[in-house]
Design a protein around this ligand. Structure first.
Ligand code: SF4
Length: 499
């Protein structure tokens, strides 16, 4: 197949959509993209914009001059045309290419032409354009964006919940992320920079000392400029992979040093059940209202072994009971849909077991096939195809959503990852009053986030503008260059924060 671009340079956008349908997509700079797929070798697809539009024009939300966009398959009656303003051009090109390829191949994705990380943004924009008419918005998502009806419904529901949570956040105050890039063992599907804590010994203590220094100095700066944090998230990796003493020191620093608003939400990812000890839970308890996450991912021992998690289902029950005995009143649990060698029924069994435990929130992730993950390296050929639509997986997700709704778990944030199985998504569900505001604020890109620890990122949001800086992923580099890293972050946020 050849895709010929006329009057525009949206190679990346078009290649992104092509990859949803074909495994090998080349990129040429001369206005043509080639797809190596024997079945469609004679097809020529034209993507035409009426006239060239500059990047500045595409960024300018105020420019309302409409431009005609057309996509067609040569020598056929497959054509789609629309007029859009410059800021909607990229989205429209992708929508049209999706439409044509879906017609051509008979492949339909659950989220249709919405290829981005946050389909709820499109859902919410459409909701506002339709003057908050839910039925019309759902119709638009289905008819205009080719979203499957059940996804249109959950997408809109989640978008409305996200917007309500966001309206309670203060755009001028930052959130804090504290990263601990260690885990007890490495999951086979993991692509994070996390390291096996077991092999590091003394390095963990050195890391804790560096992290404490960063917490102290950054806290002092934000105190000085009177910008307390409105939500704090300690994640990783697995923070509880630290030693009991090291972990307690970080929690104490969060409690005593970090400036925070009254009722600041604080989440500590306890993550791997095998890393949760009575001493760690006691340490967290100095922050009485802390949310914690205990993440089983599956309630099948066989799968836990397959994915390299060095714990059992029993450990999940033990950790959960320990947390409840210690009066933790907001517990999140994560499950992953589409784990290797697991059937839909097995996933639903895991969900039922978690529902019996009755945590305050449950997050359903769909297995993503990340490039650097060990699992993908081992089974590259087999796994490449897993991102194509999967009716069974979609049905299982729909059943899971119904089961969750029955027990009063409502969706409150949603995002999609690249190369995710079946083109599906991740959704956070919570009982009323237990949604994690950090997750929503983080995903919205409307709230500044200060990231501490090796590999963390910070983002500064000023109106529509967003800038990021990153802490070194290399542990030695992070520790050795700490003073410079801290100063750079202070300078970065000194340039402006919030609107
Ligand atoms: S617990 Fe999370 S961060 Fe740690 S190895 Fe597993 S997937 Fe990676």
């Amino acid at each position: 197949m050849q895709v010929i671009l006329e009057n525009h340079q949206e190679y990346q956008s078009i290649a992104e959509v092509l990859r949803m349908f074909f495994l090998e997509v080349g990129k040429l700079e001369s206005g043509v993209i080639l797809v190596a797929d024997y079945e469609y070798s004679d097809i020529v697809l034209h993507s035409v914009v009426e006239r060239e539009v500059s990047v500045e024009q595409m960024r300018n939300q105020a420019d309302q001059t409409e431009i005609s966009v057309q996509s067609r398959i040569a020598d056929s009656d497959l054509t789609i045309t629309a007029k859009v303003v410059p800021s909607a051009l990229r989205r429209e090109i992708k929508r049209q290419i999706y439409f044509l390829l879906s017609k051509l191949t008979g492949i339909h994705y659950p989220w249709g032409s919405l290829t981005g990380v946050r389909p709820t943004q499109v859902a919410y924009r459409s909701f506002l354009e339709n003057r908050r008419d839910k039925n019309q918005t759902i119709r638009d998502l289905i008819e205009k964006w080719y979203v499957a009806p059940e996804k249109a419904e959950i997408g809109l529901k989640t978008a409305v919940a996200e917007s309500e949570i966001l309206s309670d956040l203060l755009p001028e105050l930052p959130m804090l992320y504290i990263g601990v890039p260690f885990c007890t063992t490495r999951c086979t599907y993991c692509s994070f920079i996390t390291q096996d804590a077991i092999n590091l010994g003394g390095e963990l203590d050195i890391y804790v000392e560096a992290l404490l220094q960063e917490i102290t100095e950054i806290s002092a700066y934000f105190k000085r400029i009177s910008k307390p944090f409105q939500a704090i998230y300690m994640g990783g990796g697995t923070p509880t992979a630290l030693s009991d003493q090291g972990f307690a020191k970080v929690i104490t620093a969060i409690k005593e040093q970090v400036p925070q608003i009254e009722n600041c939400e604080i989440t500590i990812e306890a993550g791997r059940p095998d890393s949760i000890t009575p001493a760690k839970l006691a340490a967290i308890k100095i922050i009485p209202e802390a949310r914690i996450c205990i993440n089983p991912q599956t309630m099948h021992d066989r799968t836990l072994q397959t994915i390299g998690r060095n714990h059992s289902v029993k450990d999940v029950y033990r950790a959960y009971e320990l947390a409840r005995t210690n009066d933790f009143s907001s517990i999140n649990m994560d499950l992953i849909l589409g784990l290797p060698d697991e059937t839909g029924e097995e996933f639903l069994y895991s969900l039922d077991k978690i529902l019996e435990l009755n945590p305050e929130s449950i997050t359903i992730h769909t297995m993503a096939l990340k490039r650097s993950a060990f699992l993908q390296q081992q089974h590259a050929a087999q796994y490449l195809k897993l991102r194509f639509p999967d009716r069974e997986l979609s049905n299982v997700f729909n059943i899971a959503i119904k089961k969750l709704a029955k027990q009063d778990y409502q969706p409150y944030y949603l995002y999609r990852q690249k190369n995710v199985r079946g083109g599906l998504e991740n959704i956070g569900f919570a009982k009323p009053g237990y949604a994690c505001v950090y997750n929503v604020g983080m995903m919205s890109d409307q709230i500044s986030v200060v990231g501490l620890g090796s590999g963390s990122s910070s983002k500064r949001v000023e109106g529509d503008r967003l800038e990021r800086i990153y802490n070194s992923k290399d542990l030695t580099n992070y520790v050795e260059r700490l003073a410079e890293i801290i100063q750079r972050k202070i300078d970065f946020f000194a340039k402006g924060l919030g609107i």
